[in-house]
Write a protein that binds this ligand. Structure first.
Ligand SMILES: O=P(O)(O)OC[C@H]1O[C@H](O[C@H]2O[C@H](CO)[C@@H](O)[C@H](O)[C@H]2O)[C@H](O)[C@@H](O)[C@@H]1O
Length: 267
């Protein structure tokens, strides 16, 4: 992240291109992390800023998440009739037909469904019998073990045992997130889904904001000169820029909106 133009300048340059794709992760980026996954709400103003961006000519907006598409829609409050694309389950689900088509080869198969059913029951049994303080989240293509707020040793033990369960189910993808272990039968990734959307809208500049390991797939795929990739928080990353936290994301989105609006006014 050395010897590059300041973030503000990169945003202005991206905003001045012919077509911009603004894609952002949800948890830990738009919504601060909390113990109960269903209580993770967007910071005030962020969804409104995304709506204002999407209302500008030649600006396309997407929210990209590991969440189920339905849950993502509920939590963001973004309606089906709005011009904001939702990408859920790390790219496996999308409100955009173009993204769905592009990700078809990565779709969950009937065999994957069988594996998921077995995995769900093994994880439920593990948590019930050995890690009653952990929580289990069921998603359309994955099961997630949550340990946020638990003493470190208790959480680590639950995660380690869940990893071992995954070994009994060939083909299961293990994703270690923030205080979670996700066991997934999906073959999709955020990077493939976002770049497919970028191709579909013919984006010149692509912006992506993310905080977790699954966002690295997007950061590594977005290396064109006009791309702006932003890691939120600490940890190693392939992103070009970094901001501290969710409030900084809210400010960045406002700054980007103002830059896009100014570029539009200037013609
Ligand atoms: O791709 P994202 O939008 O970042 O979603 C990733 C996972 O987010 C959720 O878990 C995280 O947020 C929870 C609520 O704040 C928090 O309790 C948990 O510790 C975090 O890891 C979600 O529950 C997962 O299903 C998503 O895959």
């Amino acid at each position: 992240m050395k010897d590059q133009e300041p973030l503000e300048q990169a945003l202005a340059r991206a905003a001045a291109t012919a077509r911009v794709l603004v894609a952002t992760d949800y948890d830990g980026v738009l919504a601060p992390l909390v113990a109960d996954p269903m209580q993770a709400t967007p910071l005030p103003g962020t969804i409104e800023t995304l709506r204002a961006l999407a209302a500008l000519p030649d600006v396309h907006v997407a929210v990209v998440s590991g969440r189920d598409l339905g849950t993502l829609r509920t939590l963001t409050g973004i309606g089906e009739d709005e011009p904001i694309v939702l990408i859920g389950s790390h790219g496996a689900e999308s409100s955009s037909e173009a993204v769905r088509e592009a990700m078809e080869a990565a779709a969950v198969t009937p065999d994957d469904e069988v594996t998921l059913t077995e995995l769900r029951s093994d994880i439920e049994a593990l948590v019930k019998e050995h890690h009653p303080l952990a929580n289990v989240e069921h998603k359309s293509a994955a099961v997630v073990v949550h340990v946020r707020g638990l003493p470190r040793e208790t959480g680590d033990a639950a995660i380690a045992d869940a990893r071992r369960v995954a070994l009994d189910h060939p083909g299961v993808k293990v994703l270690k997130g923030k205080s979670v272990l996700e066991l997934s039968v999906s073959h999709a990734d955020k990077g493939s889904a976002v770049t497919a959307l970028g191709r579909h809208v013919d984006a010149v500049a692509r912006l992506y904001l993310g905080d977790d390991v699954t966002d690295e797939d997007a950061f590594t795929r977005m290396r064109r000169p006009d791309d702006v990739t932003v890691k939120v928080g600490t940890g190693s990353t392939a992103a070009r820029y970094r901001v501290d936290d969710e409030p900084a994301v809210a400010r960045l989105l406002t700054q980007l909106h103002d830059a896009c609006a100014a570029a539009h006014r200037a013609g």
